[in-house]
Design a protein around this ligand. Structure first.
Ligand code: AMP
Length: 348
């Protein structure tokens, strides 16, 4: 893939029109790249309302797997694909792995990220704390979250406080994991790891940035407390859900920032040992307890939609460069790597 991209005359930044694509196209444009949007059915009409975010041109497909059939066209267009959460979810990790088009980042991360157990092995072996796992439902003696394999955006999660709760909630036909429900406040930390930069917070190779952080709005869990106790609601057939509807900017008290960098650093260093490194943007989804410890319940190894409140910069990005967004940072990395003849290190 690196060879292909090195042969391009004029790189074009391409992605699926969804999720954080307006930010990605906006950043690419600011860094002087042409942009290509892949849309299903027709170009999203509301993109016309955002002229600085919409792509220069579109490729229209009938469905997401159609991307596999247009690999040659994308290469012909000098496209570098930027994966985002919806891109990977709609196309499927296996298809992303076999898609024959240069892509920003290291695809090998998918193998470690898409399987909850492997994700856990990666992070815990990096020394990052995760919620404890309960193997036997009989041992549930505190609030737990039951997560089905592949459940996305909190759909298909349920809370149980004892074995009885578990029994009435469980769908035994699916694979699940019982995780300790961590009490505290949530912070979704948006990092960027560059193997080629030598500025700022240095790692064994390259450097790490903290660009922003958000908290997700989740329906109905965020508001359900207004209706009274969960036990009463359960009797009425109303259960908590964790479906993401939006993102809210947050900042952390400064004394927690050293831990934020330490966790990000360990995650990247371990990824280099395990699979050659997690390249570009990633997000640690954390809960800070009242003991001021971080517990990481998930990692997203690419741009997350939680970076969208910061298209015009964030309180952290402002301390690096005015108006810096994750979208701009991605395009900048491609530009820097091309200039340094090091595209092979950031493209797979
Ligand atoms: P996820 O799909 O892993 O991002 O999780 C969806 C939502 O469930 C999160 O945004 C949190 O609100 C909540 N959540 C996930 N894991 C835990 C946990 N171990 N303890 C408490 N809340 C959690």
């Amino acid at each position: 893939m690196a060879e292909i991209v090195e042969g391009y005359d004029d790189i074009k930044i391409a992605t699926v029109c969804s999720h954080s694509s307006l930010q990605i196209f906006h950043g690419a444009r600011k860094e002087g790249f042409g942009t290509l949007g892949i849309a299903i059915g027709s170009p999203p009409r509301f993109y016309d309302a955002f002229p600085r975010g919409k792509p220069d041109e579109y490729i229209i497909l009938d469905d997401y797997t159609g991307i596999l059939d247009i690999a040659d066209d994308l290469i012909e267009a000098n496209a570098v694909l930027i994966p985002h959460g919806s891109f990977v979810e709609y196309l499927g990790a296996k298809n992303v792995l076999r898609l024959g088009v240069p892509m920003f980042g290291n695809r090998r991360v998918l193998e470690w990220e898409s399987d909850r157990r492997k994700q856990r092995e990666w992070l815990t072996s990096a020394g990052v704390r995760m919620p404890s796992i309960i193997d036997n439902p009989k041992s549930i003696d505190r609030p737990v979250l039951v997560k089905y394999d592949g459940a996305k955006g909190g759909r298909g999660f349920f809370i149980a406080k004892d074995e009885w709760d578990f029994k009435i909630g469980i769908d035994p036909t699916q694979n699940y994991m019982i995780q300790e429900y961590v009490m505290g406040t949530r912070y979704y930390l948006h990092y960027f790891y560059s193997p080629i930069s030598i500025e700022g917070y240095r790692l064994s190779k390259g450097s790490l940035q903290l660009l922003s952080m958000d908290r997700r709005d989740e329906t109905n869990i965020d508001e359900i407390y207004k209706l009274g106790s969960m036990e009463d609601l359960k009797r009425l057939g109303i259960f908590p859900s964790f479906v993401v509807t939006g993102n809210v900017p947050v900042v952390l008290r400064e004394s927690l920032l050293p831990m934020v960098f330490e966790m990000g650093e360990r995650t990247v260093e371990r990824s280099i040992e395990l699979f050659g490194g997690l390249i570009g943007p990633f997000c640690l989804e954390t809960i800070v307890t009242d003991k001021l410890d971080f517990v990481v319940f998930e990692i997203s190894a690419r741009i997350v939609a939680g970076t969208n409140p910061f298209i015009g910069g964030s309180p952290y990005a402002e301390l690096i460069e005015p108006d810096l967004s994750t979208g701009i940072r991605i395009a900048r990395e491609i530009r820097n790597a091309k200039g340094a003849g090091r595209l092979a290190e950031i493209i797979s």
